[in-house]
Design a protein around this ligand. Structure first.
Ligand code: ADP
Ligand code: ZN
Length: 197
């Protein structure tokens, strides 16, 4: 993995005082409030007049192409990008960066986030830590290793009410990426989760 992104590098102004940035990861299953928490942190930064840029992958077009939308319908304007490297193109002079649905970016996202944090940015990433089988969902596990701050959010198990850390797929598809919400997934705890064959 390279730390160099060629001409894109020059597009990102380095912090005048060479102060380092950092990485925050918010991870957990579906419906656990990752997007809500990401929006909460970004709104606080905006209130403090810090320039903010928000990105989501083109794949996640469930509700809107130009907003993050939580399952509770909280929204915030965002930019849609098709690759992690494209984030570097669009950072501009933002100081605080939000990235949602990290699991839909490839492993390039790790180098992109490292580069941004090394260049003084506060990078806040939200994403699923496990896929529908309960298997670690790259690149989120690697981002956890890279991050300074980690928050694990939990949903409420729809079967028993316990804290839920799994996303149960309730449709029969076996594609790893199957975008959907309550129609295709539900939050389940460890005991109620049924791993697919
Ligand atoms: P995530 O980004 O983790 O998928 P969101 O931030 O989009 O989560 O949505 C969280 C919201 O989802 C909650 O505030 C609640 O309104 C709703 N929700 C739906 N199902 C559940 C559940 N089983 N447990 C908790 N919240 C749920
Ligand atoms: Zn349960």
């Amino acid at each position: 993995m390279s730390d160099s992104f060629g001409p894109i590098e020059q597009a990102i102004p380095s912090h005048p005082h060479h102060r380092s940035g950092w990485i925050e990861v918010i991870c957990g299953p579906m419906f656990s409030g990752k997007t809500e928490e990401l929006i909460r942190r970004l709104r606080r930064a905006q209130i403090a007049r810090q320039p903010v840029a928000i990105f989501k992958p083109v794949l996640d077009n469930r509700f809107s192409t130009d907003h993050l939308v939580s399952h509770s319908d909280i929204t915030m304007r965002s930019k849609t990008v098709s690759t992690a490297a494209e984030i570097l193109d669009q950072v501009g002079d933002a100081q605080v960066l939000g990235i949602d649905e990290a699991q839909f970016f490839g492993s390039d996202l790790v180098a992109v986030c490292r580069y941004l944090a090394d260049h003084g940015k506060r990078v806040i990433i939200a994403g699923l830590d496990q896929d529908y089988r309960g298997v670690p969902f790259e690149p989120v596990p690697e981002l956890l290793a890279e991050a300074e701050y980690i928050t694990k959010t939990l949903a409420i198990c729809v079967k028993c009410g316990a804290p839920a850390n799994r996303s149960q797929r309730i449709s029969s598809s076996s594609e790893r990426v199957l975008v959907g919400a309550q129609d295709r997934y539900e939050a389940r705890c460890r005991a109620c989760f049924e791993a697919p064959e």
